[in-house]
Design a protein around this ligand. Structure first.
Ligand SMILES: [Zn+2]
Length: 130
């Protein structure tokens, strides 16, 4: 039920699932998290993702688009209007598509590390090996 490693919790959050049980959905609407997991009743109100998902989406989009921008301008010698017609819609779709997974991953991270009033539920690291 409770994930054994951080990446498992993170992946659940990125997929929009509850980081603790994976059964319940994390979001009520697109970017509106539920107050409680419908499956395991994890209290999700301590989450403080704020605008960090937007920063993550911009950072990832920028790094993915940079090689494309360079390739388009060097290999195809497109004019500014053609570049904008390709890049602006692509950037919008990428950023909007990344917001919910980024927010889910951030909420899962906050839960895993017991931030902002989340209760740290995983076992201490040193008890795993002994
Ligand atoms: Zn749950």
């Amino acid at each position: 039920m409770i994930p054994a490693i951080f990446s498992q919790a993170l992946l659940r959050g990125v997929r929009g699932r509850c980081p603790r049980c994976e059964e319940g959905g994390l979001f009520r609407k697109w970017l509106k998290p539920r107050e409680r997991c419908p499956a395991c009743a994890l209290d999700l109100t301590p989450q403080r993702a704020d605008d960090f998902p937007a920063y993550v989406a911009m950072l990832v989009t920028g790094h993915l688009l940079a090689p494309l921008i360079i390739a388009l301008s060097l290999d195809y010698a497109l004019g500014p209007l053609a570049m904008m017609a390709i890049l602006v819609p692509l950037a919008l779709v990428m950023m909007l598509g990344m917001l919910q997974p980024a927010k889910g991953g951030i909420i899962a991270t906050q839960w895993w590390f017991g931030m902002h009033g989340f209760v740290k539920e995983r076992l201490p690291e040193d008890s795993a090996g002994s």
